[in-house]
Design a binder for this molecule. Sequence first.
Ligand SMILES: [Zn+2]
Length: 351
Amino acid sequence: MRRRFTFLHNPGEHDLAQSPEAMLSRYRGPLCIKVDGEDRSRCRALVTLLHGNEPSGLHAIWHWLRSAERPAVNLLLMIASVSAALCEPLFSHRMLPRARDLNRCFRPPFEDEQGRLAEEILTLLELHDPEAVVDMHNTSGRGPDFAVVAFDDPFHDAIAAFFTHRLVVCSLGLGALMESSSDTRPIVTVEVGGCEDPRADTIALAGLQRFAQAPRISPQHGNATPLEKLDAPLRLELRDGVTLTYADTPQRGHDVTLNPVIEHHNFGTVTVNTPLGWSDADPRQLFQARDASGLCAVRQLVQVIDGVLYPAQTLILFMITTHAGIAESDCLFYAVSADGSPISGTGPVGI
Ligand SMILES: [Zn+2]
């Protein structure tokens, strides 16, 4: 098998080049960096830049390496989508044109280039057997930091707490790296905030320092703030063929107009009086949302009153996008009920 990764062991200042960008330009492909720890019998891993337009993890790795700090245990640092990141303009491509989203490729078949890169990351994790893995991303819009786990237990919580105090528990079965998590190799996704927000780099570096320095991973070594958990969120998705735009007044010629200010509600509470946008159609014709048993829960999430779109109950919304492309290919937002009770649908998904 052709190896994609370039390996660096205890890199010095010269190996790191003058900047994170210069380091990528020097190696031009995926990088796997191993730093020996105080305790060399154990290892932790940080994977980042699965998406080429999310540089905070790379920045954190570069600055942390420059500090020449010795980690508590061996640290494996993987920087994946270097060719997409280097595609001009720098850090503008999530993946190369026509390539699959790398964070959807961590399950067989590993047939295309992205699949083989994902397989190699899994092989490296297998080989180094880390006790904890963090996959660091930036969010596509503005918003605070949070972690996502597919499995919730105290060990996953402790890893998340090095980086953030918000934890989303959800498994979508999409082939994301965190879905390969297990009891022996817990994997946590960390979203440090939007890449245009300078706080994202600060959060990424502070989290990496805590993750690298903690002698053990146990709840008391994490962030002292208790985790705010958002369990089993539902996704509000657009139905095929429904047209969506973002504007602060209703736009003719589109089935739904969403007000871009909804982004300010990220991880906040919205009530039945919070306007989200405009439409004249029945929400079930516009959207789909499956509950845990596969029933349609659109009516439990949103309602239209006199042409205005409102939440159907008090909800906490997060991962709200204001990019029509992401809303179409992924979802508009995730939602949980404000009181933490599960949201159950009432009818079949088709109409
Ligand atoms: Zn990402």
